[in-house]
Design a protein around this ligand. Structure first.
Ligand code: HEC
Length: 459
């Protein structure tokens, strides 16, 4: 409405963000935990003058830089592209609120890149002490980046009392900030160990004794990471707004994912304890791959849950999931959703000039007087802007499927009060006339009642 709408068929554009963000997180967390691993282990290897281990760490450093700096940076920019296109209003709001945090984040990002290159490319040319210091500079700045970004994503889930006291620090220290920071720090340490096991197991030139050393030395941090993820996760749940907790309880698919994430975390614990911790020799390529896949699954499910419960707000209390400010809904219900947006009103003016009155505003009654085909076209416009953030036409959460076999009255009732049908849908932000037009469109795409079922009608 305030921005042009980006239509992504089947998936819906927010799901693209979720997909790219999840892939990015897999690498971004390793960028933090892997940095800690390299700094701590390089220090240990220098101190014990273990040449073999140092050689392995150098080899790992190459893999680390390639993955985190190249792949991590590309997917990071990918997130900016997709959020800018798919969630423009939320992105704008976050930039206004958090510009200071992003500025700090970029500073630490530059420090991160510079120290990573110095640490890796000057591996043998620096005195051990200086070398290790660069490792720690990298690890600390990468962790600070994590903290800054986590605060912003945590704010989206629970903005706390920011609406009453809209200042940077109130937003920064939102109720989800500490639990998410603990969970993500733990996740980074855990995931880094899994990457290390995978790399060490698959690289043929890793000496057996180095492999055992790695399995042993990384087991405790990995277990610590898993403990932090569990503590942070429980706290995260308790700090959720009531609507998000209710959303987790209400959707069967999310119930299953919650159980799944508990089960996967349990399996990871057991594998880490029985494998690297008790029997370092167990860390074969197969074991390492399995553990790694479980790790990615746990993080992927966690991220999906975080996204799935961010409804009906994309930024809690501030921006609704369908890219309008929460506080403009009452006004839009009076003056019209289409009229309220730069792009929607321009669309109507260009395609249906007969619905524009002498003052240049949209005449709602004239909209209703359009031909049936034109009414459907306006209804589709309303659907794209108002509902397509969460529902595809045909594909992910297809509205044509959720209205299968529904009567016009049933559809109209949900359109007028979507939040009463499902509390995680934003309220309808348009006039009664607009509700009729949106219903016109939905009726044309609703699937028929499935054949072969008793449908209660007499024909
Ligand atoms: C914040 C995301 C979101 C938005 C925006 C949204 N919905 Fe929904 N809606 C859902 C979810 C989640 C469900 C439950 C799962 C499903 O049926 O797809 C749902 C369910 C539905 C259902 C089935 C309700 C039932 O009782 O079975 C209909 C119909 C529907 N939505 C229509 C709409 C329409 C029309 C709009 C736009 C005016 C809209 N939704 C906007 C998330 C949303």
């Amino acid at each position: 409405m305030h921005y042009p709408w980006w239509y992504v068929p089947f998936l819906t554009s927010p799901m693209l963000i979720a997909a790219i963000a999840t892939i990015h997180i897999f690498v971004a967390m390793y960028a933090v935990g892997g940095g800690m691993f390299l700094a701590v282990e390089a220090q240990y290897a220098h101190r014990t003058q273990n040449r073999l281990y140092l050689a392995y760490l150098h080899d790992h450093g190459w893999f680390f830089i390639l993955l985190t700096v190249v792949f991590g940076a590309i997917t990071g920019v990918g997130i900016w592209w997709t959020i800018g296109l798919a969630s423009p209003l939320a992105t704008e709001a976050l930039i206004h609120i958090f510009v200071f945090a992003w500025a700090m984040e970029y500073v630490f990002f530059v420090v991160e890149i510079a120290s990573a290159f110095l640490f890796f490319y000057f591996w043998d040319r620096l005195p051990p002490k200086t070398h290790v210091i660069f490792g720690y500079i990298y690890a600390v700045s990468a962790w600070i980046s994590l903290v800054l970004i986590t605060s912003i994503t945590a704010f989206m889930l629970n903005s706390g009392n920011w609406t009453e006291a809209p200042s940077f620090w109130v937003g920064f220290f939102n109720p989800e900030f500490i639990p998410q920071t603990i969970a993500r720090t733990g996740g980074s340490i855990l995931l880094a160990s899994l990457y290390v096991y995978l790399h060490a197991a698959l690289r043929k030139q890793t000496e057996p004794e180095v492999r055992t050393l790695i399995a042993r030395r990384s087991a405790r941090p990995a277990l610590l990471g898993a403990v932090l993820v569990t503590i942070g996760g429980i706290w995260w749940f308790l700090a959720l707004p009531a609507s998000a907790q209710a959303a987790l309880a209400a959707a069967p698919s999310l119930n299953i994912l919650m159980l799944l994430i508990l089960a996967v975390t349990g399996i990871i614990f057991a594998m880490l304890f029985l494998g690297p911790y008790r029997n370092p020799g167990w860390v074969t390529p197969g074991f390492a791959i399995l553990l790694f896949v479980f790790g990615l699954a746990a993080i992927g499910i966690g991220e999906f849950l975080r996204e799935a419960i961010r409804k009906p707000y994309i930024i809690y209390s501030v921006v609704m999931s369908n890219q309008i400010y929460a506080d403009e809904i009452p006004q839009l219900r009076k003056t019209g959703y289409l009229e309220g947006g730069t792009w929607t009103s321009a669309y109507v003016a260009e395609h249906f000039p007969q619905a524009i009155d002498a003052q240049g505003t949209i005449d709602e009654t004239a909209l209703l007087a359009l031909s049936p085909e034109e009414r459907v076209e306006v209804g589709e416009l309303l659907f794209l802007y108002h509902c397509n953030d969460c529902h595809s036409v045909e594909g992910y959460a297809a509205v044509s499927e959720s209205t299968r076999g529904w009567s016009r009255e049933m559809i109209l009732a949900v359109v007028k009060e979507p939040h009463r049908a499902r509390f995680f849908m934003p309220p309808f932000a348009g006039t009664a006339e607009e509700a009729e037009l949106l219903t016109d469109y939905l009726v044309t795409i609703a699937r028929p009642f499935p054949a072969g079922l008793v449908n209660g009608s007499s024909d």
